[in-house]
Write a protein of this length. Structure first.
Ligand code: AMP
Length: 461
């Protein structure tokens, strides 16, 4: 199949050829003709499948046809994304693929000055890419008119729901004209997504570009069993000896991302951290440095890494396994994008065996295990509860009753706060059960199990 069989105009085919794409990806082959026919679409597609071009190319074509002969511009295409980074990338794709057309597009997201966005909206645009929160800020200020939207795209809809955007999405939907074309892209299909799709879409065509919850097949996966306190040393060794030039590393918390990045810097490995506590300019800067090779390692939390598209990213490392198995699929999808080879490496300590089992159950396969010489885990180290992980509830039950009246802090914040509290109190009162996972093994005593529990959890490796 070649691009010119999909019904795209010459201007769009030129833009595709400029990108040196030789053939459409499966999601593009399926989605482009459906969107061009004006139909609603429900697409199961992970990031890395080429889904952005799958909706951007036909949307540009339809809107370009409709603006011909019109003097006034208004927002006809609206793309909602969960994160600023994804919004920026989709916006860039719209510019790239629309470069031979004279449509105007703009990107709006939070964390940056709203005034240039207001000016761009006032000047008139045809396609807007936005994160829901900042979009609603504009609605509140009366600086945006969504009453003429003809095509709505919800990109990475599952992430939007995970991030709690459902109410914002509903508020945006209420501002759109009822007659419009709707495209929903999601990597996974929870009941919540199905409900949203039922409400949003009219007799949609359903396409499935990647099997549900399946890790990108071209990504080589491996896991190294290692003690929690030796993960940092193993990571440094892998990066240095493997001469890895560009590595995206995932930690569970913002605090952990900062700390690991600093430790790698101390080992002489250029590194930056990217997470939700960083300003937008710091995030943009870190990402640019990583993409252009100034920084070798980008340490990220799941939230900050949503939608990151780094060309030819060869290595993704799970420094800590995610608490939610589906996040593993998203993480490793950052490499091996669009048919390229990639390698996903997980450093797994004894605390994480349950998380590993959940991931393997989701993937319906086991991740090959490779012991690294010199880093074989010490079987006498007992598993410790992972704060906010699956065994956290058990841990909390032992220690204190849950306070049902106080609002739950956000995932990362909770862990950061715990760490801060531990720092303040030290281990004097014996409450600090979990040590800093990246400190050197020689820097203090490791918690060891005794008696009958020895080896029990470890044999699972
Ligand atoms: P996406 O899944 O939309 O984030 O796209 C992932 C990557 O695939 C991006 O870097 C695109 O530039 C690239 N890409 C999209 N379509 C194609 C194609 N037909 N051939 C090769 N690469 C593509």
């Amino acid at each position: 199949m070649s691009f010119d069989r999909l019904g795209l105009s010459a201007a769009l085919l030129r833009a595709v050829a400029d990108q040196k794409y030789t053939q459409p990806t499966p999601v593009q082959t399926q989605a482009i003709p459906v969107v061009l026919q004006g139909k609603d679409l429900l697409a199961g597609a992970q990031t890395g499948t080429g889904k952005t071009a799958g909706f951007t190319l036909p949307m540009l074509q339809l809107i370009n046809e409709r603006v011909q002969g019109q003097s006034r511009r208004h927002i006809r295409g609206l793309v909602l994304t969960p994160t600023r980074e994804l919004a920026a990338q989709v916006g860039e794709s719209i510019r790239t693929y629309g470069k031979h057309l004279s449509l105007r597009s703009s990107i709006i997201f939070g964390g940056v000055n709203i005034n240039p966005q207001i000016r761009a909206l006032r000047a008139g645009i045809d396609i807007l890419v936005a994160t829901p929160g900042r979009l609603l800020d504009h609605v509140g200020q009366g600086t945006i008119d969504l009453s003429k939207v003809e095509i709505l795209v919800l990109d990475e809809a599952d992430r939007m729901l995970d991030m709690g955007f459902i109410h914002d999405i509903k508020r945006v939907l209420a501002l759109l004209p009822p007659k419009r074309q709707n495209l929903l892209f999601s990597a996974t299909f929870s009941d919540e997504i199905k409900n949203l799709a039922d409400r949003l879409l009219n007799s949609p065509v359903h396409i499935e570009a990647a099997r549900k919850n399946t890790a990108a097949e071209q990504v080589e996966q491996v896991m190294h069993p290692v003690d929690r306190e030796r993960k940092k040393d193993l990571l440094s060794k892998l990066i240095t000896e493997g001469e890895w030039r560009q590595v995206l590393v995932f930690t569970r918390t913002k605090h952990g991302a900062n700390r690991l990045s600093q430790q790698l810097e101390r080992d002489g490995i250029r590194s930056s951290a990217i997470h939700g506590n960083k300003s937008q300019s710091a995030r943009t800067h870190a990402l640019a440095d990583f993409k252009n090779g100034k920084v070798r390692v980008l340490v990220a939390t799941d939230i900050a890494a949503r939608g990151l598209d780094i060309d030819k990213l060869p290595h993704v490392v799970n420094f800590e396994l995610p608490n939610v198995a589906e996040d593993y699929v998203h993480r490793i999808g950052r490499t091996g994008r669009a048919g390229r080879d990639g390698c996903a490496i997980s450093l797994v300590c004894v605390d994480e065996l349950k998380l590993l089992r959940d991931i393997e159950r989701l993937l319906r396969t086991s991740i090959p295990k490779v012991m690294m010489p010199g880093f074989e885990p010490d079987p006498s180290i007992a598993p410790e509860p992972i704060p906010n992980g699956r065994n956290r509830a058990l841990f909390q039950k032992d220690r204190r009753p849950a306070n049902r009246h106080s609002p739950a802090p956000r995932r990362d914040d909770r862990r950061d706060r715990n760490n801060d509290r531990k720092k303040a109190s030290g281990s004097r009162n014996g409450q600090s059960r979990r040590r800093d996972s990246e400190s050197s093994p020689s820097s203090g005593s490791r918690r060891r199990s005794s008696g009958s529990s020895r080896h029990s959890a470890f044999s699972d490796f």
